[in-house]
Design a protein around this ligand. Structure first.
Ligand code: ATP
Length: 286
């Protein structure tokens, strides 16, 4: 079985060898039940992280049109306390964004300590769509892998838990989803002829994704290739992965909260002692 969690740089990735389907034996009912359990755990972990203010989480969601980036955000964010969550979507750069380096528009959405940031597309577009459509010279976009590695290392050094997901769907599944959109009145607003045009570049995108994943995977910024042909399995994989990554920090956050609690109590005790000392001095003076 090819690996779907990629933590080492320059690993050989072949998307066509990775199944986009749920594993045998996995059912929608099982996945949804497990997702509900994970959702509660995620909420608790977020609460601890929010209070401790030592880490933050950046979830990067990449995938082809209709791969389910929005749906994943809806489900994951639905488990979280909105107080500590932001969502940023990255479309075609504006004129102002184009006047800056490619990370300028991204860096300002990086999460502050205690918070979650969910990215719908990201800085990776600058080595994906830009590469496939020759929107910048090769020499320029090639340098970006290094810039991305440095950027994510900087975030990690600051305490950001960086988690990157490629939502992996097949070409047939995409076609079905796009046709479905067209049929349903409630989803027709999402129709965009560009989605069909982009399908003509399927193989070039595959190559671009494989390179992006391989060149930027790191232990502090892993990629997960998510089998995403089933929405319920996709949600489960992402939730399982986020909770797994946060669990490693739980002890530290709980200890930080405990120390903060002790310091808070000590501060309160000192304040009360001071008040009562002042009262005694006053009554002696009378
Ligand atoms: P989505 O396709 O993500 O569901 P959408 O159809 O509403 O969203 P937008 O969010 O407005 O579209 O923009 C997404 C489009 O912007 C994609 O086609 C993407 O390739 C393109 N895009 C994102 N970043 C860049 C970039 N740096 N350069 C060029 N195009 C980009």
């Amino acid at each position: 079985m090819p690996k779907t969690l990629i933590t080492t740089p320059n690993s050989k990735i072949r998307l066509k060898d990775i199944s986009a389907e749920p594993p045998k034996g996995m059912t929608k009912a099982k996945a949804e039940k497990r997702f509900a359990v994970l959702g509660r755990e995620l909420f608790d972990l977020q609460d601890a992280m929010w209070g401790a203010k030592v880490n933050s989480v950046l979830v990067v969601l990449q995938g082809r049109d209709s791969a389910g980036k929005d749906g994943t955000i809806k489900h994951v964010a639905g488990c979280l306390n909105p107080r500590g969550v932001s969502v940023a979507s990255f479309g075609v750069p504006t004129a102002e964004e184009r006047e800056h380096d490619f990370l300028w528009r991204v860096h300002k959405h990086a999460p502050r300590r205690g918070e979650f940031a969910l990215f719908n597309r990201s800085h990776y577009e600058d080595v994906l769509v830009v590469r496939v459509h020759d929107l910048a010279p090769k020499q320029l976009w090639q340098q970006r892998y290094g810039h991305i590695r440095d950027f994510e290392e900087l975030l990690a050094e600051h305490g950001t838990i960086v988690l990157k997901y490629f939502l992996h769907i097949t070409k047939d599944e995409q076609e079905e989803r796009l046709l479905e959109r067209e049929k349903e009145a409630e989803t027709a607003w999402k129709l965009n002829p560009n989605d069909w045009k982009e399908r003509d570049h399927w193989d070039e995108y595959t190559e671009a994704y494989e390179d992006a994943i391989s060149r930027t995977a790191a232990p502090h910024a892993p990629w997960t290739v998510v089998p995403a042909n089933s929405k319920w399995y996709r949600n489960l994989v992402v939730a399982e992965s986020i909770v797994g990554a946060l669990r490693d920090h739980r002890k530290h956050w709980k200890k930080t909260l405990e120390d903060m609690g002790k310091a808070g109590r000590a501060g309160l005790a000192a304040y009360r002692a001071e008040i009562s000392g002042r009262k005694k001095t006053k009554s002696r003076k009378r």
